[in-house]
Design a binder for this molecule. Structure first.
Ligand SMILES: Nc1ncnc2c1ncn2[C@@H]1O[C@H](COP(=O)(O)OP(=O)(O)OP(=O)(O)O)[C@@H](O)[C@H]1O
Length: 346
């Protein structure tokens, strides 16, 4: 499903590669945690899968396609099979929950009827039934992340990439988000998630790929954050000392190594926070249905993808949300789009 063959990524002006001769394969239906200190290459790994970056050497295959052979114009089509969730949610601030989720479908030209059934179904799936009319600033951080997840899965992607999706959330809310991701995975969606959360990784016991300075130093099935050692429930993280002169990056790396913010206890007790317990089966069925449909070809309106002008690939800082989510070719028609997006509002 995702294969890296001897992939090296060196950013311009950097002496050391961000990823160094990586070879790895991720299979359909897997849930994979990408762990490693700050700067070890996790986000680069995800950006390469999305074709947001090109490898300096080597080849990447995603969903049977050699990314090197996908033209820039076709990248938005390719990305429709991939959902993405970020640490900072990236919702459209001036649109309702419903509109944030519908946006993805509208951009790719889904019919009104399709949107009207898929959006409420997906909001229910993520536990936001009845909250479609709310605005992002009226939601908690966990709810905002659920909207972002709904937006990522409403198009029924085969792969969901998550870059520190619990990074801005408290432990209990994080556990609820992980329960939701677990359920999405159980219905067939492959998930690759970069995280610093030792407690989550230890409790979920999934495949763990650990990066260190661009190298894969560990690739284990059913693993914990630190290899074979699963943290003790009573583990108390040491405080990062934060001495004067210590670089911000070093502090971040220390915190990442030190600290299961989400403890195994919290994960064990985790219930989907916004789903009534009796609704769980129905929700799981809905998830299974949605993902089962994911293997079908998504109808797209090619007219909506035509770039307005030749050579229209905009610099990334000028991309609209649709372009950043890979739903529209850079430089394509922007009517009705929003250039703004919002991070956590609380
Ligand atoms: N656009 C870029 N230009 C230059 N160097 C970059 C760029 N993006 C990442 N890097 C460098 O590549 C290395 C890997 O960065 P990356 O963001 O992939 O790490 P990470 O493991 O995701 O870190 P974090 O946990 O802090 O998000 C770092 O040394 C970083 O400084």
């Amino acid at each position: 499903m995702i294969r890296f063959d001897s992939v090296t990524k060196t950013y311009p002006g950097q002496a050391r590669p961000a990823l160094n001769d990586i070879g790895v394969e991720i299979l359909r239906g897997e849930f994979v945690f990408l762990v490693g200190a700050s700067g070890s290459g996790k986000s680069s790994f995800l950006r390469l899968i999305l074709k947001e970056e090109k490898p300096s050497k080597g080849a990447i295959h995603v969903l049977g396609q050699d990314l090197g052979s996908i033209s820039t114009r076709k990248v938005p089509y390719f990305r429709r099979d991939l959902g993405v969730v970020f640490q900072d949610f990236r919702l459209l601030p001036n649109k309702s929950v419903y509109e944030n989720v519908a946006f993805t479908l509208r951009v790719i030209g889904k019919s009104r009827g399709y949107v009207q059934s898929a959006v409420p179904e997906t909001l229910k799936l993520v536990g936001l039934d009845g909250k479609g009319k709310r605005m992002p600033h009226e939601l908690s951080g966990g709810e905002q992340q659920r909207v972002a997840i709904a937006r990522a899965i409403v198009n029924k992607p085969q792969i969901l990439l998550a870059d520190e999706p619990t990074g801005n959330l408290d432990p209990v809310t994080s556990a609820g988000i992980m329960t939701l991701l677990e359920r999405i995975n159980a219905s067939g969606t492959t998930i690759v998630m970069a995280t610093h959360e030792a407690g989550i990784v230890d409790q979920m016991r999934r495949r763990v790929i650990e990066l260190s300075a661009g190298d894969i130093v560990r690739d284990e099935r059913s693993a914990g954050y630190d290899g074979q050692t699963v943290r003790d429930v009573d583990y108390v993280p040491e405080q990062a000392s934060g001495e004067a002169g210590e670089s911000a990056q070093a502090e971040t790396a220390m915190a990442a190594v030190a600290a299961p913010k989400v403890t195994p206890e919290v994960m064990r007790d985790a219930e989907p926070l916004y789903v009534e317990p009796e609704a769980t089966d129905a929700v799981t069925d809905a998830a299974a249905e949605i993902t089962a449909a994911a293997t079908g070809t998504i109808q797209v309106d090619p007219e909506k993808l035509k770039p307005k002008q030749a050579g229209g690939a905009a610099a990334s800082e000028h991309l609209t949300l649709a372009e950043r989510l890979g739903l529209r070719a850079p430089g394509g028609p922007r009517e009705g789009d929003d250039d703004q997006e919002v991070g956590p509002t609380k």
